[in-house]
Design a protein. Structure first.
Length: 189
C-alpha cells in the first residue's frame, strides 16, 4: 500500500508540472500504463500523441494498438509490463521532444524507474534510445542487442511501433527483438 501512496503522490506532482513549454499546450499529462507497479519490463517511447493527450493514457493510438497486438502475440501477460514515454506531455504536431523538454521530463522517468524497478527496459525508437543509452546511438545499428546496466537492468533497443506503421517490413525485426525480451524474462521470473 505504501508504494501505491507514494506513486499516487508522484502522479499528482507530474500532473502539476510546468517545467517546460509543453505544459502550456497539453490537454493531459500522460504518466504511463500498466497493471503492475512491480512490472519486470518497462517499455519507454518518445512522447504522447494526439489520442494519448486526449485520454491521458499511454500508447492508446494506432501505434499503441500495434504494440498491444505484438505483446499479446508474444504471450506477455499485462502484469509483465509498464509502458511510458520520455516526455509526459504531447509535443505539438507529434514532433520529437526537444533536448530541453526531454531534460525537464527525465527526472519524472527516473522516478518511475525507481518506483517500478524493472529488470528490463525496452527503448521504443530513437528518442528513447538517445536519452536512455547514448546521444550517439543509432536505433538501426543497436536494435536487437542488449545494453547492460549491471546491478540495475538490461536495455533492449527496438523500433517504435509507429515506425512499423510507416514501414511494415520492420515488424519482423521488432517481433524478434521483443521475443528476446520475452525469453530473457522467462529466465528471471
Amino acid at each position: 500500500m505504501k508504494k501505491q501512496v507514494s506513486y499516487d503522490s508522484f502522479i499528482n506532482a507530474c500532473r502539476n508540472c510546468t517545467n517546460c513549454d509543453l505544459a502550456k499546450t497539453r490537454t493531459n499529462v500522460v504518466i504511463g500504463r500498466g497493471a503492475n507497479l512491480n512490472a519486470p519490463v518497462m517499455l519507454v517511447g518518445e512522447g504522447p500523441g494526439e489520442q494519448e493527450d486526449l485520454t491521458g493514457q499511454a500508447f492508446v493510438g494506432r501505434a499503441g494498438k500495434l504494440l498491444d497486438h505484438l505483446l499479446t502475440a508474444l504471450m506477455f501477460n499485462p502484469e509483465d509490463y509498464y509502458i511510458c514515454n520520455i516526455v509526459k506531455c504531447r509535443p505539438p504536431n507529434n514532433r520529437a521532444p526537444s533536448l530541453e523538454e526531454a531534460k525537464a521530463c527525465l527526472p519524472w522517468l527516473r522516478c518511475q524507474v525507481k518506483y517500478i524497478k524493472p529488470k528490463i527496459i525496452v527503448c521504443l525508437g530513437a528518442t528513447a534510445l538517445k536519452y536512455l543509452v547514448s546521444q550517439d546511438a543509432r536505433i538501426t545499428q543497436v536494435r536487437g542487442n542488449w545494453v547492460d546496466r549491471p546491478g540495475f537492468f538490461r536495455i533492449m533497443p527496438t523500433y517504435h511501433p509507429a515506425a512499423l506503421l510507416r514501414d511494415p517490413k520492420k515488424k519482423e525485426e521488432m517481433f524478434l527483438d521483443m521475443k528476446k525480451v520475452r525469453e530473457y524474462l522467462k529466465t528471471i521470473s
